[in-house]
Design a protein. Structure first.
Length: 302
């Protein structure tokens, strides 16, 4: 189901063109986050965002977090009703590393192919960054004021833990979040399409936690030319496999319970959370979101 309306206004066409231009500019700035402060890309991207927002006369602040190479930007669009709480619209400027030899196009080339922009960050999340920037610019140029103050925040270091980004904001610049009651970012504000073409709009009210584990195995020194009876590598591999295949029991938090009840009501179904095959049949692609929120999960990744 294509959600694009049949009639598109000239203003919408112009806005889309600006989003694409801004997105391509962001992608061309290599903001790879490898967990170190060795790369200057996040600071360069912050300068780019600052210039775009200052160009239309917005109140903008560019700031360094834990080092001069870790930079963010905050801008505010005043609302018409100062008694209402502020809304935070935020994104991150960094991207995970890209190995060019694994790409069919240059990862930081921002090429447009078959009507799509290609590059590292095109969907995580420089696309949304570009939309937020274009929105702020369009409203400021038009003199349009939302009812609530809008706080636009662009941060470094999401991909490697957030210590140099969101965590730093909470610890050192809580003033940026003063008066904010809700926030919208990369995994909020979009819909999921149910198998019957109805749309499901999810509102996040809780956050899953994480637990990091380090597996250590000891064994005999080995060589590729012969077998050893005590191989630490296969022991670790076996342990990772067992962890990845383990299924924890369903534990419905109040948030998950409300979610399951609401989705079941929308479908007129009683959902069996212990049967992933049946759940997938009933809910289609929505099933993986539901299942992940109803139990602890372990999924080995690289």
């Amino acid at each position: 189901m294509d959600p694009t309306p049949d009639d598109v206004s000239p203003e919408a066409v112009a806005a889309q063109a600006e989003v694409i231009e801004i997105l391509r500019g962001l992608i061309r700035i290599d903001t790879t986050n490898d967990g170190t402060d060795a790369r200057p890309g996040e600071a360069a991207a912050a300068e780019y965002v600052e210039a775009l927002l200052q160009e239309v006369g917005l109140e903008v602040e560019r700031f360094a977090t834990t080092s001069s190479r870790r930079q963010g930007v905050v801008a505010r669009l005043p609302g018409s009703d100062p008694s209402r709480p502020r809304l935070l619209l935020h994104g991150h400027l960094d991207v995970v590393p890209a190995r060019p030899e694994h790409w069919s196009v240059p990862p930081f080339g921002a090429e447009v192919i078959d009507g799509m922009v290609w590059g590292r960050g095109a969907v995580d999340m420089k696309d949304m960054d570009a939309m937020l920037i274009a929105l702020a610019r369009a409203w400021q140029r038009a003199g349009r004021r939302p009812q609530r103050d809008l706080v636009f925040l662009f941060l470094p270091d999401e991909e490697a833990g957030g210590q140099h980004g969101s965590h730093w904001i909470v610890d050192h610049r809580p003033d940026i979040l003063e008066g904010v009651s809700e926030g919208v970012s990369e995994v909020g504000g979009y819909s999921l399409t149910l198998p019957d073409d109805r749309r499901l709009y999810l509102i996040q009210t809780a956050e899953k936690g994480i637990a990091w584990m380090r597996l250590v195995a000891e064994g005999a020194a080995g060589h590729g030319s012969m077998l050893t009876g005590d191989n630490a590598v296969t022991e670790v591999a076996s342990a990772v496999s067992r962890i990845g295949q383990h299924r924890w029991p369903v534990q419905l938090s109040p948030t998950a319970r409300h979610m399951v009840a609401a989705i079941g009501e929308a479908y007129g179904l009683e959902l069996d959370l212990d049967d992933p095959v049946e759940l997938a049949r009933q809910l289609g692609p929505v099933a993986r979101f539901i299942g992940a929120g109803t139990r602890n999960t372990a999924n080995p990744t690289m």
